[in-house]
Design a protein around this ligand. Structure first.
Ligand SMILES: [Fe+2]
Ligand SMILES: [Fe+2]
Length: 199
């Protein structure tokens, strides 16, 4: 299961990097880019949150709680809080995507600010999961439990195959192609604020 979640992280990170390119590309008076912003929010709500965070919260984190990890404090609690914070930032972007007037300079500032915050939050969140939380799960959960979780993951994926998994990955591919990740832009953003590894 952990390798599947890590693979999903790679796609989510690419779309976050692409979102930064998008936010930088919007100009005052433009009218066509709101639909693309809407597609980013659909991807983050469906693939990153309902699908990926759904598997973490309903399966992996749920199992970790059975093996002594607290949902109220410690690393698991931080992960739940960060999922919620991500939802708030995606809602802010979705709110702007739903309007239909040409972009104002204030809105461009709002999009840049929310996109940068989401990049920073989820970039740091993914780093902590890949390097701290998932290794903890691998150390703590018995091999049999991890195997059962992988089977549950397959069932979860089957449920999703009919309601948008391939549409979400195709949409991500189109956005990444149209707004390619640019290390010159993303390397300027602090992606790890105060986490245990880089604090
Ligand atoms: Fe997470
Ligand atoms: Fe994750």
């Amino acid at each position: 299961m952990i390798d599947i979640l890590e693979d999903e992280h790679r796609l989510i990170k690419l779309v976050l990097e692409s979102l930064i390119t998008f936010a930088d590309s919007v100009g005052e008076g433009d009218s066509g880019a709101r639909a693309h912003l809407g597609e980013y929010t659909v991807f983050f709500r469906n693939f990153a949150d309902k699908y990926h965070h759904g598997k973490e919260e309903e399966m992996l984190f749920h199992e970790m709680q059975r093996y002594g990890f607290s949902k109220e404090q410690g690393p698991l609690a931080v992960m739940f809080i960060e999922h919620d914070e991500g939802r708030r930032l995606v809602s802010a972007l979705a709110d702007i995507a739903q309007r239909n007037a040409p972009w104002s300079s204030d809105e461009i500032g709002e999009v840049k600010s929310a996109a940068t915050a989401l990049f920073s939050l989820l970039g740091s969140h993914i780093y902590k999961e890949d390097n701290i939380l998932y290794p903890m799960a691998l150390q703590t959960l018995p091999a049999g439990e991890l195997e059962r979780l992988s089977e549950d993951c397959d069932i979860f994926a089957e449920r999703w195959s009919g309601i948008g998994y391939s549409e979400m990955t195709a949409m991500a591919g189109r956005l990444i192609e149209k707004y390619p990740p640019d290390p010159a832009k993303t390397s300027r953003i602090q992606s790890c604020t105060g986490c245990a590894a880089h604090g």
